[in-house]
Design a protein around this ligand. Structure first.
Ligand SMILES: Cc1cc2nc3c(=O)[nH]c(=O)nc-3n(C[C@H](O)[C@H](O)[C@H](O)COP(=O)(O)O)c2cc1C
Length: 68
């Protein structure tokens, strides 16, 4: 098993509602847990900073989901 860590920052377009942030976080926690991925997600109303750590294929899968 190959463990990798991915860190990225992403600028937020427009103003996000608190409910939207909560929904992103809820889904991330639920889906990442199933894939054995840990990390954190920060948001300051202008951009996101996220770190994902886990098995390489799992992290790639989540990365594609986020990009989409
Ligand atoms: C800033 C940001 C961070 C995200 N982080 C994760 C994540 O850690 N894990 C994940 O599975 N999806 C993450 N997503 C993706 C979404 O929440 C995505 O819509 C969801 O996984 C797709 O779920 P659905 O197929 O049920 O709509 C993130 C999205 C954004 C915008």
């Amino acid at each position: 098993m190959r463990l990798v860590q991915l860190a990225y920052a992403s600028a937020c377009v427009g103003r996000l509602q608190l409910d939207t942030i909560k929904s992103i976080l809820r889904k991330a926690v639920e889906k990442n847990r199933k894939l054995g991925i840990t990390g954190f997600l920060c948001f300051d109303h202008a951009s996101f900073l996220q770190i994902l750590e886990g098995e390489m294929r799992a992290v790639n899968r989540v990365c594609n989901r986020i990009v989409n």
